[in-house]
Ligand binder design. Structure first.
Ligand SMILES: *[C@@H]1O[C@H](CO)[C@@H](O)[C@H](O)[C@H]1NC(C)=O
Length: 632
């Protein structure tokens, strides 16, 4: 776990003071005045120069509108080349191990040592028609017995499910190669002891696949306890075996019966696994929570929209997110999603105004829901869903007052996706930092703005601003006459600080500070851009994807692969020695899907697991319903 320190502004302040001291020294040396004057002239031209650079940045910002089909085909080829480069490096230097170390040409074994990059890459290789690579990987993986090497004590259940099990199942769904299903089953059997500790409901953190011993804290993390349903439901379908259905169903039932009124109908991050009830009221769509919310919608879609309880939970969660976790920044009106500070389950936390790169999957999820669900004809009453949630009921009412739930979800999706992209475009590397804080850490960011709006921390609560806009800009008048609500389609040019501005802390126009500046080759923004492109058909989303791909090529490529960056604020990027398997499973897959013309996995007939492994939507047959005990 990373230390929770707000490092960047401190550094900036420190460096700024150093510069100030140097100037004070100079003041005592009159003979340098002439030099200083010269410096001032130079400085003036430098400023003019950087101004010119800014307008250049604005021009560069304009996304092309009519990129020809042939160019998109070429871009897809380039992504495929990038995949081949990364995978060949893995085959050459890290084969049979988990991940490639792209700087030292070494390997790491952080995910059980079963070759996670190969397993995670299978379906991408099928998609890109890399038959040789696929056959080699399958031949090797087929011999796996899923036993841990002596130095590894436990296999973490969640990561093993989403990367390995999801990888095998998706490749099986696409290729129907029988060894893949056998592998998936063998792995599921080895993992099964995780369900024995807590009433067969939620899994415990990890299992030793050699001995069956399990380990993990009694307080579980919601993403790790509740992100197995999609994989296990498909495994049940593919094998016809009830026990896998039971594993998924137990989790879905346990979630559905939980009283979430204290957290506005949203699942908090920590749960007491013994009692199966929430342990805190930390609300987040980022680390430790993300895929639990994602799977509420995805388990509903995968089983052809039959599990009404999951749908209701998805609507509750997204309503509370839209009403309470979305804010709009005062400077550039960037829509962002935040979390709440950790609090006991009895007390709601306050918004932290942090936004994680991980949370950038949310725009894609909202767009997927708006695309696949009849959001305005669900037969669910938001007022009734919100009743009994105490203070949170106001949020349900505010969302219910909007003219269309589908429109509201799409607006939120578009605004958030634009912000996720802006966080890339703002950096000298063109790549987004891991965590940002929409509060600049100085008192000027607090209080009332010039229109008399109360700024809570870094920004305005989005739903309140939408309400003002909808009712004709009552109060501030800020939003009068806009076609879209605040935070959506703002089309603000990026603000790229020069090295000097960054070091001295003199840059202006940013709405946030980078709290953690690394770029870990993560997929979430690209995933959302892909879904926005498919759902809206607007080419701007895939043009954003192309910009990001170019930045990945420019800043992260090494002779043998691609490397995470220590910081996105310095270009050329300062690399670190890892290439996560999800870079091949997700980041490059979504880029490739975004640039090819066809849509091999249409969003209404395939569901991507949280590691970007597509699984086909299915229906239970009457016989399966009978055998599994599924009631209509
Ligand atoms: C979890 O719940 C059980 C049963 O109610 C209780 O005995 C235990 O103390 C709780 N654990 C924690 C960490 O609060």
């Amino acid at each position: 776990m990373a230390p929770n320190r707000f490092t960047s502004p401190y550094l900036r302040l420190h460096q700024h003071q150093q510069g100030y001291k140097a100037l004070q020294l100079l003041r005592h040396r009159p003979f340098l005045y002439a030099g200083l004057a010269l410096f001032a002239v130079f400085f003036f031209f430098r400023t003019t120069g950087s101004h010119k650079y800014l307008s250049f940045a604005e021009d560069k910002h304009a996304l092309p509108k009519n990129t020809p089909l042939a160019v998109w085909d070429q871009r897809a080829v380039e992504v495929k080349r990038a995949f081949i480069h990364a995978y060949r490096g893995y085959e050459k230097y890290a084969w049979l191990h988990d991940e490639l170390k792209p700087l030292s040409s070494g390997f790491s074994d952080q995910f059980n040592g079963w070759g996670v990059t190969a397993a995670d890459s299978l379906d991408t290789m099928l998609l890109m028609r890399l038959d040789g690579e696929y056959s080699r990987a399958l031949a090797q993986l087929s011999t796996s017995k899923f036993l841990l090497p002596p130095e590894t004590k436990f296999a973490p259940f969640f990561e093993t499910v989403i990367r390995y099990l999801g990888g095998f199942l998706s490749a099986y769904a696409i290729s129907k190669d029988p060894p893949l299903l056998a592998l998936a089953e063998e792995l599921a059997v080895k993992l099964d002891p995780v369900f024995n500790k807590y009433k067969g409901e939620f899994p415990v953190y990890a299992v030793n696949t050699n001995s069956g011993a399990v380990a993990g804290p009694d307080v579980g993390i919601v993403a790790e306890m509740a992100s197995l349903q999609v994989e296990y439901l498909y495994l049940a379908k593919a094998t016809g075996k009830k026990r896998y259905f039971d594993r998924a169903n137990a989790v879905m039932k346990a979630l559905a019966k939980t009283d979430l009124h204290k957290t506005g109908g949203m699942m908090p991050t920590k749960w007491n696994l013994t009692s199966g009830v929430p342990f805190d009221s930390h609300l987040s769509v980022g680390a430790q929570a993300d895929s639990a919310h994602e799977y509420l919608l995805k388990q509903y879609l995968l089983t052809s929209k039959t599990d009404k309880a999951s749908l209701e939970m998805y609507i509750r969660a997204t309503t509370h997110i839209i009403a309470n976790l979305l804010f709009v920044s005062p400077t550039r009106r960037l829509l962002y999603v935040t979390d709440t500070s950790t609090a006991t389950f009895e007390h709601a936390g306050r918004p932290t105004h942090q936004m994680e790169h991980l949370s950038c999957f949310l725009p894609g999820l909202l767009a997927l829901g708006a695309h696949t669900l009849p959001l305005d004809a669900l037969g669910l009453d938001l007022h009734a869903l919100g009743a009994g949630t105490g203070w949170a009921a106001r949020g349900y009412e505010a969302v219910a007052r909007q003219r269309s739930l589908k429109e509201t979800h799409m607006w939120a999706a578009a605004g958030l996706a634009e912000t996720c992209y802006t966080l890339y475009a703002d950096q000298p590397t063109g790549l987004a930092p891991e965590v940002t804080v929409f509060r600049l850490g100085n008192s000027a960011a607090w209080g009332m703005d010039k229109h008399g709006n109360w700024m809570e921390g870094g920004g305005w609560r989005w739903i309140d601003e939408v309400e003002k806009w909808r009712t004709g800009g009552a109060g501030s008048g800020t939003w009068k006459g806009r076609r879209l609500p605040p935070g959506v389609g703002e089309d603000t040019p990026p603000v790229v600080y020069t090295e000097r501005e960054r070091v001295q802390g003199t840059g202006k126009g940013r709405d946030y500070a980078a709290k953690r500046t690394e770029y870990l080759l993560r997929p979430e923004t690209i995933e959302s851009l892909y879904i926005m492109w498919r759902v809206t058909g607007e080419s701007k989303w895939r043009e954003m994807g192309w910009r990001i791909f170019q930045a990945i090529e420019r800043e992260t490529r090494t002779p043998v692969g691609y490397a995470s960056l220590k910081t996105v604020e310095v270009s050329p990027g300062i690399k670190q020695d890892d290439m996560p398997s999800y870079f091949l499973a997700e980041t490059l897959k979504y880029l490739y899907l975004m640039f090819i013309d066809e849509e091999p996995f249409p969003l209404d007939t395939w569901v991507f697991n949280t590691e970007a492994h597509p699984l086909p939507v299915f229906q239970w047959t009457p016989a399966e319903k009978d055998r599994f005990g599924i009631l209509d």
